[in-house]
Design a protein around this ligand. Structure first.
Ligand SMILES: [Zn+2]
Length: 299
């Protein structure tokens, strides 16, 4: 009989391991995150964090009502990095995940996040792509039965009554991936943020013609590539601050010299994720960057 018990034990261990392929980490995540969540309180601040994820993009928002939004997840390997940051910050669920467009440097890291972190819904550009990464991303959303919502241009995302989040651009089947980028305008009282994802100059022109684009902080399009951030955009957005997400020594030469030159010409103060996260916080009237003194919003 002893050998039967040994086999039964072995089988149950195997069964547990099988089940825990994904959920092992999920459990870990829940336990660690719960230590911090009780410290969170309602605040009158909007936090926006541009995360260091290598060559890619990931932006985390914590709204005044404590709802959380993750916009892109960087490349595959960034998923783990972001999850550790969520735990550090006491974030145990994401109320919204935005996948701006289907390029690997934006959705790669979202796959493990969607598999392991409780996510309330996924907002997608609506642009499909024939890669394994895209397939795995869609599959992980379906597997966890997370509502998968296509973004609609001009629509506002109702996440916090005090914060307006508007979709200024989204994807269409025949567009290129970058042109399909979900562009978001976030407004909290007097503070405006414009997040360009990888939108190109053509998309910039279209947005300028349709929407008021002024923002205090501009998240520069396409990691500072020369295909984005035209003079016209800078003239219309007229930001005080800019953030560029890229990895030092990347093979694409991001950010491009011509873009940096243009940004400097406009007297914009630039922050990059090349050396670490860029964290901003606003009460809607002033802006604190990297925990510094509150700066007045000038324009
Ligand atoms: Zn990109």
């Amino acid at each position: 009989m002893k050998w039967i018990r040994v086999i039964c034990f072995g089988l149950s261990v195997l069964f547990c391991l099988q089940l825990s392929g994904v959920s092992y980490a999920t459990h870990d995540f829940a336990v660690q995150a719960s230590k911090f969540i009780s410290e969170q309180e309602q605040s009158n601040k909007l936090k926006i964090m541009f995360l260091q994820v290598g060559q890619g993009d990931a932006t985390l928002l914590v709204l005044p009502n404590q709802k959380t939004v993750l916009i892109d997840g960087g490349p595959h390997e960034a998923g783990e990095v972001i999850m550790n940051k969520l735990i550090e910050k006491g974030i145990k669920r994401l109320d919204l995940v935005v996948s701006t467009h289907p390029d690997m440097d934006h959705i790669g890291g979202l796959i493990p996040i969607i598999q392991q972190v409780p996510v309330a819904m996924v907002l997608d550009s609506g642009k499909p792509y024939g890669t394994l990464t895209y397939h795995m991303y869609v599959r992980s959303v379906k597997k966890r039965r997370i509502p998968f919502i296509p973004a609609e241009e001009g629509k506002f995302l109702q996440m916090d009554p005090d914060v307006s989040i508007q979709v200024l651009n989204t994807g269409k089947r025949k567009l290129q991936n970058n042109e399909s980028s979900i562009v978001l305008k976030i407004r909290y009282k007097k503070a405006d943020f414009l997040l360009m994802a990888d939108a190109d100059v053509r998309t910039e022109k279209k947005i300028i013609q349709t929407y008021p684009v002024h923002a205090d902080v501009l998240k520069i399009g396409h990691h500072g590539s020369y295909t984005s951030t035209g003079r016209l955009l800078l003239e219309n957005v007229y930001p005080q601050f800019a953030v560029i997400s890229y990895e030092k020594g990347n093979p694409y030469g991001h950010p491009h010299r011509s873009v940096m030159k243009r940004i400097r010409k406009f007297g914009i103060q630039v922050y990059t994720t090349a050396d670490g996260d860029v964290e901003m916080e606003t009460d809607g009237n002033s802006l604190q960057i990297q925990g510094g003194l509150p700066l007045p919003l000038l324009r």
